[in-house]
Design a protein around this ligand. Structure first.
Ligand code: IMP
Ligand code: MG
Length: 189
């Protein structure tokens, strides 16, 4: 049996709750806050979340790379930068999951350098037990109690499973099934 971490309904409830929290937090902003989705993992979450935000917002995307398979590397690379000037603007970084914290540390430093007035961090999942560098998180969907690898709703295993509408814990059988798909994909050049 699949261990569901977040069902479609739970995700929707989380998005509604966080959207309200964001609306309250940015209520007095003079400049339009910028929501920055971290590609590709946070795209599903960003789409679901922003439809519930009532305050005027701008949206943009940033792309970094740091993860291979189920093994993390601390080496974060910027692949696509934001196209907005963040100067004097409140920036809300929207992430799928915060694991070691290295990606978010890089992102907050990068966007601060870009001139952001203040930065809020929003994550669907906080894998708090795996943290290696401290990252203050302003809006959290769900905090994982164990250090497990999860997939679905944007979260991937070697780019697979982003399309699954819920988040589940990846087990041995899932790994076998996905490795088979990837192997076949490689064989058919
Ligand atoms: P960090 O830099 O270690 O915090 O890693 C953050 C990034 O690693 C996230 O944005 C995800 O893309 C990826 N990641 C971390 N844990 C998982 C997981 O359990 N499943 C899928 N991706 C993960
Ligand atoms: Mg990610």
């Amino acid at each position: 049996m699949r261990k569901i971490i977040l069902s479609e309904q739970q995700i929707d409830e989380i998005c509604q709750r966080i959207a309200k929290e964001i609306d309250e937090r940015v209520a007095n902003e003079k400049k339009v806050p910028l929501l920055v989705g971290v590609m590709n993992g946070a795209l599903n979450f960003m789409m679901s979340l922003m439809k519930y935000i009532k305050h005027p917002i701008f949206t943009d995307y940033i792309r970094i790379s740091s993860y291979f398979g189920t093994k993390r590397t601390n080496n974060v690379r910027l692949i696509r930068d934001v196209s907005y000037d963040c100067t004097d603007r409140t920036v809300i970084i929207v992430e799928d999951i915060i694991d070691s914290g290295y990606s978010m540390k890089f992102l907050t430093e990068h966007l601060k350098m870009n001139g952001a007035k203040q930065i809020f961090v929003c994550a669907l999942i906080d894998k708090a037990v795996a943290r290696e560098v401290p990252v203050p998180i302003d809006f959290v969907g769900y905090t994982m109690k164990e250090n497990q690898f999860v997939a679905g709703f944007g979260l991937d295993y070697n780019e697979l499973e982003r399309n699954i509408p819920f988040v589940y814990e990846v087990d041995e059988n899932d790994l076998k099934r996905m490795d088979e798909v990837l192997k076949k994909d490689q064989e058919n050049k």
